[in-house]
Design a binder for this molecule. Sequence first.
Ligand code: ADP
Ligand code: MG
Length: 228
Amino acid sequence: FNNELQRSEKMEIISELAASVAHEVRNPLQVTRGFIQLLAEKQQNSDKLYLNMALDELDRASNIITDFLTFAKPEVGKVATLNLLNEFIHIEGILVPMANLQGGRITVNIPDNLFIKGNSSKFKQASINIIKNGIEALNGDGDIHIWAYTANNDIFIHIKDTGEGMDEEVLKRLGEPYFSNKTKGTGLGLMVTFRIIEVMQGEIRFKSKKGAGTEVIIRFPSADSFEE
Ligand code: ADP
Ligand code: MG
């Protein structure tokens, strides 16, 4: 009996489960949130406080799903050549409604001829976690600009926001599990992102200034120069 095969079958089952749990749990969370919100609006007394605390906890639960499992797919680590523009067309589909809801504009400038190697679901998860942080940093209004190009057999992706920015203290701690400065944050988004980028043999860098904004620069080997 082949042990490796057994292991990869197990991984496949786990990831299939995770994907369906994320999908199945998100809906009842949203429905419950709706009912509790209705109740909270009707209450005047101290019950309102409890109901609002319940809402915050429900939001935290659905943020965990967003940071881990937005694009979870029952196909573990299937590595393919990814057209960067294609990937970002899908990513935009999720992020533009999110930006519209929270305020802020997203512009994307990616040429059609950039290819990287990786798992499509995981790459999208990593990107969405970065961009979601950008949207949240805007606190209601501002811009996210995303662009990409190739240089010396590498693909560079820039994600720049005009949000609140970070100081040295925060920059040093990025990617640390459970490090979050948000009331409803999970502190898991960048940890997941860093891991995915590492597996893809990429690199991530942050340039940020408190009060001015943040620029995230990601480098990947281009698909044709990729080494196993
Ligand atoms: P979460 O978003 O749940 O807080 P993350 O791992 O995604 O967890 O981010 C950790 C922390 O890093 C955030 O709480 C925030 O303080 C900081 N951060 C990350 N990206 C940005 C950004 N673009 N602008 C400002 N702060 C950021
Ligand atoms: Mg985040």
